[in-house]
Ligand binder design. Structure first.
Ligand SMILES: C[S@@+](CC[C@H](N)C(=O)[O-])C[C@H]1O[C@@H](n2cnc3c(N)ncnc32)[C@H](O)[C@@H]1O
Length: 282
């Protein structure tokens, strides 16, 4: 039987012109992957960048060294600009930051070319570690262009953070449920291409994968890509079209047919119009 949702992990970039599989993970720097994607192909950039924060843990800044690839916000702005240049007409970006990074992140989004940037609040449901004013909320900056789709819901999302005792927890791993809520609010479906250029464990892509979107993640860490591969293959498996047992001798399962149709982003990447299926979902 065809298995369309096994993660494809690679360190070689090939632009997914007519993707046979809907999940692609690259152990490569974000910029390198984004540059290969066609203009007007991305519906949603959803990411928690490896921003260097001086105040993530009571001022010790230990997360500055947690990732070998920590970046300053002006550098992240360049990466976001690559993604913004590849957004579909109705595309948008969701970029996470904590309170210490809020100023830098807002500036980075504007530098990257988003015309409207608004913060949403993520209530983590319990406070982070450290002393003093411990943060229970983080921010999701919504970066919009004039034609960006409208998100549904409110600007406060409440999803329990991943606890410290969680097995195989990736540093700063976000809860799968947060990716689910955000994908629903952005109306993500099978016609969409969703990209997390700094995907870590892949948690923010779970919602998109479960909704059958084409999903692309990149990370410079082999361990992160291994975690993302496992998580997202399982998530994509949930959305796989089920082969219905034929009543009579009949056609093969419709998996191939669905894939050949391909996502709108690749069928006509210059148009970027909103597919009917999304209008219906709202
Ligand atoms: C804040 S973490 C992402 C966590 C992720 N959202 C999760 O839930 O697991 C940032 C990630 O960016 C990765 N990273 C750092 N520099 C990178 C680069 N230049 N390109 C791609 N990934 C990079 C790090 O390895 C780390 O996994």
């Amino acid at each position: 039987m065809t298995r369309p949702n096994t993660a494809r992990v690679t360190d070689k970039v090939a632009a997914p012109k007519a993707p046979a599989d809907r999940l692609r993970l690259y152990k490569l720097p974000a910029d390198q992957v984004l540059r290969t994607l066609p203009a007007r192909s991305i519906s949603l950039i959803i990411t928690d960048p490896p921003y260097a924060s001086v105040n993530r843990s009571g001022g010790t800044g230990h997360l500055k060294r947690w990732f070998s690839g920590s970046m300053e916000w002006p550098q992240i702005a360049s990466t976001l600009a690559l993604g913004r240049a590849r957004l579909r007409a109705d595309g948008l970006a969701l970029v996470m930051t904590n309170s210490a990074g809020l100023d830098g992140a807002l500036a980075a989004m504007r530098t990257a070319g988003f015309s409207d940037v608004r913060p949403m609040v993520w209530d983590r449901r319990y406070p982070g570690l450290g002393s003093g004013l411990r943060h229970q909320v983080e921010y999701i900056l919504v970066g919009r262009l004039p034609g960006s789709r409208t998100m549904s819901g409110t600007d406060l999302v409440s999803v329990g953070a991943v606890g410290p005792g969680t097995a195989n927890r990736w540093p700063t791993q976000k809860p799968d449920g947060l990716g689910r809520v955000l994908a629903r609010m952005a109306g993500i479906g099978r016609d969409d291409l969703v990209v997390d250029p700094f995907c870590g464990s892949g948690a923010l892509l779970v919602g998109a994968a479960e909704r059958g979107a084409i999903v692309i993640g990149s990370d410079i860490s082999a361990k992160a890509i291994a975690l993302a591969s496992k998580r997202l293959a399982a998530a994509a498996g949930k959305s796989a079209p089920k082969a219905v047992a034929p009543a009579r001798k009949a056609a093969k399962p419709s998996l191939e047919g669905r894939r050949t149709a391909g996502p709108a982003a690749y069928r006509n990447s210059a148009r970027g119009s909103e597919p009917k299926s999304r209008r219906a979902r709202r």
